[in-house]
Design a binder for this molecule. Structure first.
Ligand code: NAP
Length: 298
């Protein structure tokens, strides 16, 4: 339980509602910033403007998945208020105050360094990334169905990268009956792809594996689907790029060649905001409870 713990939840989208629900269930005292247009009231939580929050008692600050922008502004879909998390606010918090965000950037890194506070990047964690791969794969299936005129069953799908997303994508498309080949650079990944019953290939041979492919799903956050690679694809090939912006595809060249290439960021929040919120809420509540226990022991 988080009884008595004062937590500021600042900004976000539908995913953050699951976080708020979970924290209320655990009896935390919540200051909700950037939720004034939300009709739903939460018992035990007060909607506040950022300059009304008493940061001197705040033990945790919860930011949305993207954190802040480079000027410290936090996005919210539930308010028109301009919300900026400043150094002064964070300096006012108790020393043990921890900031939780999906990812970080230069602004947040500087803020935590200057204020000597701890920052937890939830999306760096393996557990969050693996759980999050589930709605990502479902969103990928949706996109492939929407943008092709063939079934996934019996199609030729190339997945690039065998990380947390790549592995789930490859396994699921194979389970749907696609002929899946997976490109990786590490020999242990090549071995794992073979063990999974899929067809491995080295990324050094990427171009030569493109001649007959129907769908390419990239998970590598690095320019990998270059013009050379795209030039080898049949005209009907669909490229879905899941890697974080700007993706790993030469989109300009794909367009020039008439190959449909789509960057598909943030699929979990689009196709399953409730599940995506619950994934964050579950891990976050475990971390907050552990942190509280540790402080009580000391
Ligand atoms: P991950 O576990 O780190 O996997 C990344 C994969 O890319 C690994 O197989 C890695 O291989 C490979 N890789 C990285 N740099 C490479 C390079 N220069 N050359 C060749 N291979 C390289 O990451 P993840 O959790 O699977 O996420 C993959 C990407 O999808 C990330 O950009 C993430 O932000 C994004 N993502 C997008 C969505 C969405 O909705 N679109 C959802 C979740 C995640 P090695 O092990 O050999 O380095």
């Amino acid at each position: 339980m988080l009884t008595g713990m004062h937590i500021a939840v600042i900004g976000g989208d539908a995913r953050q509602l699951e976080v708020i629900r979970k924290l209320i269930e655990l009896d935390a005292k919540l200051s909700l910033v950037g939720f004034d247009q939300l009709d739903h009231g939460f018992t035990g939580a007060s909607k506040e403007q950022i300059d009304e929050v008493d940061f001197s008692t705040v033990g945790a600050i919860i930011l949305p998945v993207p954190g802040t922008n480079l000027e410290g502004q936090v996005d919210t879909i539930f308010s028109n208020e301009k919300i900026v998390l400043t150094e002064e606010m964070v300096k006012n918090t108790p020393n043990h105050c921890t900031i939780y965000s999906g990812i970080t950037n230069d602004y947040l890194d500087k803020l935590v360094n200057a204020t000597n506070r701890n920052l937890v990047q939830l999306f760096e964690r393996d557990d969050v990334a693996i759980y999050n791969a589930i709605p990502t794969v479902e969103g990928t299936i949706m996109m492939v169905i929407q943008h092709t005129d063939i079934t996934i069953h019996n199609s030729k799908v190339a997945v690039l990268g065998l990380g947390r997303v790549g592995m789930s994508v490859a396994r699921t498309f194979s389970a749907l009956g696609a002929n899946v080949r997976v490109g990786a650079r590490k020999t242990e990944h090549i071995a794992r792809i073979f063990e999974m019953g899929l067809t491995p290939f080295s990324l050094n041979d990427l171009s030569s594996n493109m001649a007959d492919v129907d769908v390419v799903i990239n998970t590598i956050p690095h320019l990998i689907v270059t013009s050379d690679v795209i030039a080898k694809m049949p005209n009907h090939t669909l490229i879905i790029d899941l890697a974080s912006k700007p993706g790993g595809t030469d989109f300009r060249y794909a367009e020039k060649r008439g190959i449909k290439a789509l960057l598909a960021p943030g699929l979990p929040g689009i196709v399953a905001p409730k599940t995506a919120g619950q994934i964050v809420a579950n891990v976050l509540s475990q971390l907050l409870e552990k942190g509280l226990e540790r402080r009580k022991e000391n």
